[in-house]
Design a protein. Sequence first.
Length: 141
Amino acid sequence: MKPEDQTTVTVETTVNVPVTKVWDYWTTPRHIGQWNNASDDWHTPHAENDLRVGGKFLFRMEARNGDSGFDFAGVYEAITKNQYIAYRIDDGRKVQVTFTGEGEGTKVTETFETESMHATEMQRGGWQAILDNFKKYTESH
């Protein structure tokens, strides 16, 4: 997809815990493996995260029945602890995540460039489902 054809999508949620906990659960591999799926029939059995500018991450996402899976991987381009993360996925798309403290809660806003294989609304739904799963996991642990 040419850059001028790129669609940017934003998803967001408010997690009812302080930003320091949100940041920890968003960036720590043992937590990532617990929330990083859009539906219960998928999971993340392996997560690596080198959280620094130039550092790489790799989250292995697989169907629980074992019939499919893929690596979600990329490189960090900017990080401001408890506030902001920007990264580039291995396919070249850019993603930005902001963490905004709102009283006792934290607003998480994720903006990503879409890919061309799936409908934009399908991608929005998948990313929002993962974000909703993050909220549910973080608030309950």
